[in-house]
Design a binder for this molecule. Structure first.
Ligand code: HMG
Ligand code: MG
Length: 314
C-alpha cells in the first residue's frame, strides 16, 4: 500500500472547511451482494471503517429478511458494533416492526427511506408514496420520543428507471413531508446515478426556496455514469457538508436494477483532501479495508483511488 501518494493540497474558494462523510458501505454496499457476507466479516468491516476515522457508519437495516436477505443478520450484527466509541451507527427501518427491532437493540440513530416516485415506492416498500409516508409518520415520532436521531432518505430524486425524469416539485414534496414529521436530516438519493451538477444545484435551490435549510441536507450519489464526484462538488459549492459514500464503491440497490455502486469513499476522500477539506479519514487505512473486503467478495473494488493506491508499482 502506498503511503506516499497523497493529493497535493490546493484549496478552492467557496467550499466548506470540513465534510462529514456518512459511510454506507456496510448497508447500501452489502445489501446488494449476491452472496451473504458472514456476520463476523461485516462486524470487522465496520470496526475497520471506524478505525480508518469514519465517524458515521450506517450499520445495517431492520427490513424484512425476505426482501433483503443479505442483511437478515441485523440482530446478530448490531450488538457486535454498537459500543464502538465515538461512532454514530445509523440503521434503516422501513416501518414500525423495523423500529421496534432497532430500538430493542439500543439503536439511537435511525433512517427511514421514502421515494420521490410511485414506481420505486411500490418496488422498494410495497406501498404508494403517500402510504409509505403514512407508515413513517408514527415511526419518526416514536423514534424522536425515544431520543433517536432520524434521517429521511428520498430515493430517485434525479431520475427513475421506470418513470424517467422526476419533476423537482415531486422530490420537494416528499422532502418537506419527511421534514414536517420531524426528520433531523434528509439524504437526496440519486439511486440510479443519472444526476448531473446543474440538476443537483437546481434541486438544492428549490429545497431552500421551500424552506429546507442546506445544513439539514445530505447527498447520496451513485456513480453509474461517472458523475458522482462532479455532483458532490456541485453540492459542496452550494454549502452541503454531509456526503454519503461507500468504502470501495460497494453498492447498488436490490430493487432498482440499474443502480450501480455508490460514490466510493476513497475517491471522495482523495478529492476532499486535495481541496484541503477535513474529513478525519486516514486514506491508507480505508484503502486497506476496501482491499481486504474485495478479497472477501472475490472481486476487485471498482474505486479508481483504491486501485491506484493498492498497486505498488504504479
Ligand atoms: P410487506 O410485504 O408489504 O410487509 O413489505 P407487511 O407490512 O405486509 O408485513 C408482512 C410480514 O412481514 C408480516 O409478517 C410482518 O410482521 C413482516 P406476518 O405477520 O405475515 O408473519 N414484517 C417484517 N419483519 C421483519 N422486519 C420488518 C418487517 N416488516 C414487516 N421490518 C416492507 C413491506 C417495507 C417490510 C418490505 O417492503 C421491505 O422490507 N422493504 C425493504 C426494501 C429495502 O430494504 N430496500 C433497500 C433499502 S433503500 C435503498 O437502498 C435506497 C437508499 O440507499 C437511497 C438511494 O440510493 O436512493 C437508502
Ligand atoms: Mg443508495
Amino acid at each position: 500500500m502506498s503511503t506516499e501518494r497523497l493529493p497535493m493540497v490546493v484549496p478552492a474558494s467557496g467550499l466548506p472547511d470540513r465534510v462529514r462523510i456518512y459511510e454506507v458501505g456496510a448497508r447500501d454496499g452489502l445489501q446488494n451482494e449476491k452472496g451473504a457476507v458472514p456476520t463476523e466479516v461485516k462486524a470487522e468491516f465496520i470496526h475497520r471503517l471506524a478505525d480508518a476515522g469514519l465517524t458515521t457508519v450506517e450499520a445495517t437495516s431492520f427490513v424484512h429478511p425476505k426482501w433483503v436477505p443479505q442483511l437478515a443478520d441485523a440482530e446478530q450484527l448490531f450488538p457486535r458494533v454498537r459500543d464502538l466509541p465515538g461512532v454514530e451507527l445509523p440503521v434503516l427501518v422501513p416501518n414500525q416492526r423495523g423500529l421496534d427491532r432497532a430500538l430493542a437493540l439500543g439503536a439511537d440513530r435511525i433512517a427511514v427511506f421514502a421515494s420521490a416516485t410511485e414506481s420505486f415506492a411500490k418496488a422498494n416498500l410495497n406501498r404508494t408514496v403517500d402510504e409509505s409516508l403514512a407508515v413513517f409518520e408514527p415511526v419518526v415520532r416514536q423514534a424522536k420520543d425515544a431520543g433517536a436521531h432520524v434521517r429521511g432518505y428520498v430515493s430517485m430524486c434525479f431520475g427513475d428507471p421506470w418513470e424517467g425524469a422526476v419533476p423537482l416539485h415531486q422530490v420537494a414534496r416528499v422532502c418537506t413531508a419527511l421534514r414536517n414529521m420531524g426528520c433531523d436530516e434528509l439524504s437526496l438519493g440519486d439511486t440510479i446515478g443519472v444526476a448531473t451538477p446543474g440538476h443537483v444545484q437546481e434541486l438544492l435551490n428549490l429545497l431552500n426556496e421551500e424552506g429546507v435549510p442546506t445544513d439539514e441536507i445530505g447527498v447520496h450519489f451513485h456513480d453509474t455514469y461517472g458523475q458522482a464526484l462532479a455532483n458532490t462538488h456541485a453540492a459542496l459549492e452550494h454549502g452541503v457538508t454531509t456526503v454519503d459514500a461507500s468504502a470501495g464503491g460497494l453498492g447498488g440497490c436490490p430493487y432498482a436494477k440499474s443502480a450501480t455502486g455508490n460514490l466510493a469513499t476513497e475517491d471522495l476522500v482523495w478529492m476532499l483532501h486535495g481541496l484541503g477539506i477535513e474529513t478525519g479519514v486516514d486514506l491508507d487505512r480505508l484503502t486497506a479495508t476496501s482491499v481486504w473486503m474485495a478479497a472477501h467478495l472475490d472481486r476487485p473494488s471498482p474505486s479508481r483511488t483504491v486501485r491506484a493506491l493498492s498497486h505498488k508499482d504504479q
